[in-house]
Write a protein that binds this ligand. Structure first.
Ligand SMILES: Nc1ncnc2c1ncn2[C@@H]1O[C@H](COP(=O)(O)OP(=O)(O)OP(=O)(O)O)[C@@H](O)[C@H]1O
Ligand SMILES: [Mg+2]
Length: 631
């Protein structure tokens, strides 16, 4: 048996440092969190080569008293916690007293700091096991920490670092989260000499989000402001139409700290159910505020994971906050037609062509047809533009869209695992009353007709036309009806039972869920050796569709080893609704169109089909008048 020995202090330091400091962005995260805890209102971060050779964080916070500086770099030295009880309600971002010790174990660190009320500041250089140097220095109030040559003494770590650009992107991701978690702090980020982020620090979350994500993203956001029990939820969520292909834009904060939370993520996505397409994910910047005692942040050295004393109130608050925001904030967006060309001279030219009879029949008639090259706006001299102030500059600079700026990477999110759905959680607390919004009065009587066998055209109001996608609307309404029947779906007995042959997994799944299927209107029984007999089908379905519906549902159910949940039943209802709904291109009688429009009118909450496509769109009178040159 090899001899057991206590490690040398420096080796132990290096091992401990590994937990906190694994890459440059981890160093930046620790330093800026210290600046936030120090009450800074302005924080500047500069990095070079992804932070590997140089990182600087400057703040205007309270500073560190000269005599405390060496202590601050010792392990377990902190001003934020003094006794055991403090750990039960942590109100600062840091509390472990190990960040500075860890950083200085693996890099050269130089600190300049002047505490509030002191005339002189200090410079303290330490790191990498070398002898520290302590001198007086003139510096403004606050703290600047410069970290050089990260991992110079730990080549093993160095090897794991990614390319400079990737490390730099990771730092950018940390600062984005920081700016959005503390809109009252102005964050400036300079990367290889170029400013990449500058949030205004005006305390408005929308300004911080704008600075971080740019205008396009911000314009799709719906505000959230909600209090349920002791949990306050505020911030923004994306409109269903602005949802994204992954979860990278889901930002959750608890008491001003960026966190990863499966509960909040599940609640968010549950709230969007039925409003977004499969494979799309909502984006959000959501701040949750709870009593410090209700959350334990001391779970992992990086403090990204937290534990809630009780997850349920968090789920409920996020779910209802988002639902209510979507109900009130997601107004149907009136569509905009392409701008008609304001250039009369070209119109005249076209006219001439017509008069001269040279225009071929398939030549575009309208100038704003996509086939016609729109004339270029004459360039005004720069000085004139400036005088006219044609492009007002934003007060602070929004970042370039991701594809034109340096490639960015946000903080990696946990691998998407199947989220916990409401069905697996106890019953939801009753949501506060949500007033139904009646979109229009009696629009069923103002149906103008049907276009392309697909869209019902309605004079929706004095100044808006409505186009209803008849399949999408019908599908959603049927789906809602089936769901509301909660297992009491009207069924019709088939004239003759139909035998459906299934593979073994499907066969077992169908027989295991006989009851659920009968709740959905399908009565099936075992016919032996992989075959089931379908005796009845939902009334909504054409009997001939019954066999293929059961086959499809069997395939779906076979994919789940566990209990059938509400989510799975929803899928079954959706499948039936999709089959039963009137199809685009099918002939629909005027009577049917009217009753569909009337039913939609009765259900103003129906806005998206179960795949998340809009059920209707609006076209404003002004938009039409613009095309005719009347507005
Ligand atoms: N920018 C700063 N301004 C003022 N004081 C600071 C600053 N950075 C560090 N300190 C002081 O140094 C102490 C040690 O910092 P360090 O980051 O190592 O530990 P911590 O923040 O207390 O806990 P954690 O390890 O969880 O971050 C802090 O408790 C704080 O008093
Ligand atoms: Mg700290």
């Amino acid at each position: 048996m090899p001899k057991i020995r206590v490690l040398e202090k420096q080796v132990a330091e290096l091992i401990a440092a590994g937990e906190v400091v694994e890459r440059p962005s981890a160093v930046i995260k620790e330093l800026v969190e210290n600046s936030v805890d120090a009450g800074a209102s302005v924080i500047t971060v500069e990095i070079r080569r992804g932070g590997i050779t140089y990182m600087r964080v400057t703040d205007n916070g309270c500073g560190i008293a000269a005599e405390d500086v060496p202590t601050a770099f010792m392990r377990h030295a902190t001003s934020k916690v003094s006794g055991q009880d403090d750990l039960n309600a942590i109100g600062t971002l840091g509390f472990r007293g190990e960040a500075l010790a860890s950083i200085s174990a693996v890099a050269h660190v130089e600190t300049f700091t002047r505490a509030e009320g002191e005339n002189m500041g200090v410079r303290y250089a330490c790191g990498g096991g070398e002898e520290p140097v302590f001198t007086e220095a003139g510096c403004p109030q606050g703290t600047t920490i410069v970290v050089r040559d990260l991992f110079f003494n730990t080549p093993a770590r160095m090897k794991f670092l990614k390319k400079d650009v990737t490390e730099g992107n990771s730092v950018a991701g940390i600062l984005d989260k920081l700016a959005m978690s503390h809109p009252e702090i102005s964050i400036r980020f300079i990367r290889d000499g170029r400013e990449q982020l500058h949030s205004p620090g005006d305390s408005r979350l929308s300004s911080a989000v704008y600075a971080v994500c740019g205008r396009e993203f911000t314009s799709t956001l719906i505000p959230v402001d909600y209090l349920l029990g002791h949990v306050k939820v505020s911030g923004f969520v994306s409109a269903p139409a602005g949802c994204r292909p992954n979860r990278s834009m889901q930002n959750f904060f608890i008491n001003g700290r960026f966190i990863r939370s499966r509960t909040a993520m599940a609640a968010l996505e549950e709230a969007y159910k039925g409003s977004i397409m499969a494979g799309k994910f909502p984006a959000c910047v959501l701040h949750m505020e709870v009593a410090c005692e209700a959350v334990d942040v001391n779970v992992h050295p990086a403090k990204l994971e937290v534990r809630f004393v009780n997850e349920r109130p968090i789920f409920d608050a996020v779910y209802h906050a988002v639902r209510s925001a979507l109900n009130t904030g997601d107004r149907p967006k009136a569509m905009e037609l392409k701008k008609p060309s304001p250039y009369a001279p070209v119109l005249e030219k076209k006219e001439q062509l017509t008069l001269e009879g040279h225009r071929s029949l398939n030549q575009p008639l309208f100038l704003h047809d996509s086939a016609a090259e729109p004339p270029k706006e004459p360039e005004l001299p720069k000085a004139v533009k400036q005088a006219l102030d044609i492009s007002p500059k934003p007060v602070f600079k929004p970042k370039q869209p991701a594809d034109t700026a340096q490639p960015r990477e946000s903080v990696p999110m946990p691998e998407p695992k199947p989220v916990q759905t409401a069905a697996q959680l106890p019953e939801l607390e009753k949501p506060p009353e949500e007033k139904p919004r009646h979109i229009v009065r009696d629009f069923s009587s103002r149906i103008l007709g049907e276009a392309f066998g697909t869209y019902i055209i309605v004079e929706y109001s004095e100044d808006q036309l409505m186009f209803i996608d008849k399949h999408a609307a019908h599908e959603r309404l049927l789906y809602e009806r089936l769901k509301a029947s909660r297992g009491g779906c009207e069924a019709q007995t088939l004239l003759e039972p139909v035998a459906v042959n299934l593979d073994m997994d499907e066969y077992t799944a169908v027989l295991a869920h006989e009851q659920e299927l009968s709740r959905a209107g399908f009565e099936v029984s075992d016919f032996g050796s992989g075959t089931v007999l379908v005796r009845s089908a939902p009334l909504l379905l054409d009997g001939r569709d019954a066999a293929s519906a059961v086959m499809e549902i069997a395939g779906y159910l076979a994919g789940f080893k566990t209990e059938i949940t509400t989510e799975h039943m929803d899928w079954v209802y959706h499948n039936v609704a999709c089959r039963a709904a009137m199809k685009a291109g099918d002939h629909t009688s005027r009577h049917e169109l009217i009753s569909l429009a009337a039913e939609l009118e009765q259900n103003p909450q129906v806005r998206y089909c179960p795949h998340g496509r809009p059920v209707y769109i609006l076209l404003g009178r002004r938009e039409i008048e613009k095309q005719f040159g009347r507005a």
